[in-house]
Design a protein around this ligand. Structure first.
Ligand code: PLP
Length: 396
């Protein structure tokens, strides 16, 4: 006997991973230069030089036993203090080291926050389409009920009327991801304030807080002068889940945090719940060396020039061909309407005829679109343009 649910989850690879594996296989057959892989959100710019320098410095100046030893489960105080100071300097907040729980990236941060908020078997967590596909297993395989707010296909902001109509007495939280994967859209402060008003009103009506889980791994990946609102500054009941996977190009190092500010209702219970959920999942501590690196590098910002060039090239060229696309102000994704409205068919044909690997919007609960991760080489984008053109001509 074995666990059927976990077996099913593990034996059905995500469509993104499947396409990525196909790309690697095809590269052996047709040559890597003829495969146009837009599937994975794996950063393509190197970590800032200070990251590698800090690793070298730490190896030279810190006791080996400390570097490779355990830390407290929630992380080193000195690292948490550095993170809190950085947040307070940037956003005028009053976050304390004790509000932070350092995790192995955003995914376990989200799972701990979700688990800490699931009060009983009826508890619901809302997500806004299009959304990161892993939210579904994170919520439903941890005992929660997933409620999907359909996409606002005009602006890819949040359809607030739908949010309001979908809130029930069981709504515990809504996950907000801005800059957004897959749309690349940054939610405006106006949208977030209006959302905060709805959550406050509904929370009062049902007699319990409705939290925002702010999933923010792309917080610093934003282009031009677009502002990313730090959600705790507009809504007190916000729990932040962060990681340096994207901002410092460290996805393999597994380092991030949950932040439960004191201003949250039941802050202590939720923080302890995050800690308990982490423990139940076998979290012992986040990588010690990386905690030391973050303490030194928390103020580092990514050099977004390469992503920005890719974004502009792809957006300009695709829209010139006739494709329609949400305005990509952040992250490193474009979410493009497919000309025939059938994302699955389009993506399948692009794969078969052109080795053009793009992810159908169906995977993000938003059919009729495709997601392109433009954390790729600029040269690959240029080589792939004729394939996009042929696909447009074939489907328009
Ligand atoms: N949330 C979103 C929206 C993401 O796109 C990702 C990764 O792609 C994650 C969370 C997970 O990030 P991490 O690698 O830090 O666990």
């Amino acid at each position: 006997m074995y666990n059927q649910t976990m077996y099913e989850l593990g034996s059905q690879p995500s469509i993104i991973r499947e396409l990525f594996a196909y790309g690697l296989q095809q590269a052996k057959v047709v040559g890597a230069e003829n495969v146009f892989d837009y599937t994975l959100g794996n950063p393509s710019i190197p970590a800032p030089a200070k990251v590698n320098q800090s690793i070298k410095d730490i190896l030279a100046d810190t006791d080996s036993i400390a570097i490779h030893g355990y830390s407290m489960a929630g992380g080193f105080d000195s690292t948490r203090e550095a993170i809190a100071k950085n947040l307070n300097d940037r956003y005028g907040t009053d976050i304390k080291a004790s509000n932070l729980y350092i995790t192995c990236g955003a995914a376990p941060a989200l799972i701990s926050a979700i688990k800490a908020l699931l009060a009983d078997e009826n508890s619901e967590i809302m997500v806004v389409a299009p959304f990161f596909p892993e939210y579904r297993p994170f919520i439903t395989k941890n005992g929660g009920n997933l409620v999907v707010v359909p996409a606002d296909k005009e602006q890819f902001q949040i359809d607030l009327t739908k949010v309001e109509s979908l809130i029930t007495e069981n709504t515990q939280a809504i996950i907000i991801n801005s800059p957004n994967n897959p749309s690349g859209v940054v939610y405006t402060e106006e949208t977030l304030k209006a959302l905060a008003d709805i959550l406050t009103k509904k929370g009062e009506e049902y007699g319990h807080p409705i939290y925002i889980i702010a999933d923010e791994p792309y917080r610093e990946l934003v282009y031009g002068d677009v502002k990313v609102t730090f959600i705790p500054t507009v809504y007190k009941n916000t729990i932040v889940c962060y990681s340096w996977s994207k901002s410092l190009s460290l996805p393999g190092e597994r380092i991030g945090y949950v932040c439960v500010p004191d201003q949250c209702d039941h802050a202590k219970e939720i923080y302890d719940g995050v800690s308990g959920a982490a423990r139940a999942n076998g979290h012992v501590c986040a990588p010690t060396l990386m905690q030391m690196v973050i303490e030194r590098c928390v103020g580092e910002m990514p050099d977004l020039k390469a992503y920005d060039e890719n974004r502009t090239l792809l957006y300009d060229e695709l829209t010139k061909m006739g494709y329609k696309c949400a305005k990509p102000d952040g992250a490193f994704y474009l979410f493009v309407e497919v000309p025939n409205g059938d994302g699955m068919a389009f993506c399948q044909k692009a794969k078969e005829d052109h080795n053009l690997l793009v992810v159908p919007g169906e995977g993000f609960d938003c059919p009729g679109y495709m997601r392109l991760s433009y954390c790729v080489s600029n040269a690959m984008i240029k080589r792939s343009l004729p394939a996009f053109q042929k696909m447009y001509e074939a489907y328009k």
